[in-house]
Design a binder for this molecule. Sequence first.
Ligand code: HEC
Ligand code: HEC
Length: 243
Amino acid sequence: MKSPILLALALLSASIALAGPPAPKKEGIEGKDYKWNAQEGEKIEALQKKGDAKAGKEGYEICGACHLPSGAGRTDGTFPQLAGQHTTVLIKQMADIRAGLRDNPTMYPFAKELTDAQELANVSAYIEKLCIPVDHGVYEGKDAAAQIAKGKELYEKQCKECHGANGEGDKAKFYPVIAGQHYKYLLRQMTEIRDGHRRNANPDMIKVIKPYTNDQLVVISAYQASLSMPGAMCKPKAGGKKK
Ligand code: HEC
Ligand code: HEC
């Protein structure tokens, strides 16, 4: 696992020297011409291809340097879990990262390389088939049970409709799977969405999250990190690795 990481780091510094990330687009969701998830350009091309998961395994290798070969990401939330994510979501997010609608300077050089529509479809198909790791980062602060219960109340009122009772999202509508995602990544995304830094986010979701206090972001992230999707999770390894 060491060499892909070194390779990624080498590539990373090389590509930063050549071309840094795009200037963050200010318009995004707030620009008057921005249409959330417009079905056009390279995104629609990749969406229309049938992904070949087997072929995607090879393309995923470089991604695994950060997101790990299992697609589990890191429990500290620096790299999100990707395993089991819908192909539609993966393709949209990759296109948006490339377009400068999400600030992701770490990954930008890699997103920039994956422009071939068929290859993007393949890698996405491969990731979608990976089981969702069970040992992801969860909320470990005070009163976890009480905080999670508060988060559940909010989630069921304001998020379940799109992200589903078990965090399964909706493939056809580009709503992400959030089950098995790391608490710290979730909290970071929730904060970015509230504060307008994730400029590709769904406008109806932004309306809901905008008024949240920091405490509410914590409890809702704690609850999301507690979700699991029956049938899609990896089998816990008996005596396996500890987090
Ligand atoms: C150098 C490390 C690195 C590499 C290599 C990398 N990523 Fe990422 N990726 C990240 C980071 C960091 C984030 C989270 C950024 C944030 O917090 O918004 C991310 C986020 C993502 C997301 C958004 C996840 C979500 O839940 O919305 C997708 C999709 C993704 N990466 C796919 C890929 C694919 C496919 C590859 C290989 C072509 C890849 N990444 C390679 C670091 C990396
Ligand atoms: C109208 C449907 C909708 C509602 C309501 C909604 N979301 Fe979302 N959510 C989305 C979509 C679509 C995305 C993907 C971002 C994008 O590209 O628009 C997303 C992304 C996210 C992400 C980032 C996931 C990732 O992998 O990076 C989190 C976390 C999230 N939503 C949590 C919530 C929470 C918590 C609520 C309730 C407070 C909520 N959402 C309400 C549709 C919705």
